[in-house]
Design a protein around this ligand. Sequence first.
Ligand SMILES: O=P(O)(O)OC[C@H]1O[C@H](OP(=O)(O)OP(=O)(O)O)[C@H](O)[C@@H]1O
Ligand code: HPA
Ligand SMILES: [Mg+2]
Length: 176
Amino acid sequence: MKHTIEEMISTAEIETMLDRLADEINEHYKEHKRLLMVGLLKGSAVFMADLCRRIRGHVEIDFMAVSSYGNKMTSSRDVRILKDIDSDIAGRDVLIVEDLIDSGNTLNKVKEMLMLRSPKSLAICTLLDKPERREVNVHVDFIGKTIPDEFIVGYGIDYAEQYRNLSYIAKVIPQE
Ligand SMILES: O=P(O)(O)OC[C@H]1O[C@H](OP(=O)(O)OP(=O)(O)O)[C@H](O)[C@@H]1O
Ligand code: HPA
Ligand SMILES: [Mg+2]
């Protein structure tokens, strides 16, 4: 699809969001023993790298790969688990780190799967939330920013695998 992109959230604004989210997470988990941060590949890789370095105490990171969008702009609702986490999460405090919640299908599926493994707690942190697009309800504990219904890219988030390397977040504008 022919398109252009337009900056929506600057690098400086992302930094401010990261600092605030880290403050909230550090406060929430101040008594924790071994927090496990679970990122959903590939979109959350950049966010995870920046967020985990702001979290204090014993922190472990792990990744899961799930994909529902492929090269399209709408959720297939068929959320496929491509790679599972390596860690045993029974009895652990687990924080899912996600770049973006759109329809909610991805996180709904991941949360359901991880809950079956009896974590001590399971919370969700997302950099961006698009509530207008929700198809299934998911409780989100930490939100960087609520955004309108635009297809976005950058800072780890792609359109057809492009733009993950941008240091800012942009919206995609389709062209004739
Ligand atoms: O709330 P949803 O409608 O499920 O959409 C959100 C998910 O979609 C994108 O991932 P995608 O499946 O494109 O994989 P990627 O992270 O590898 O880009 C994004 O990174 C979220 O994980
Ligand atoms: O806005 C988006 N951009 C990129 N990937 C996505 N997956 C769900 N929503 C989006
Ligand atoms: Mg994607």
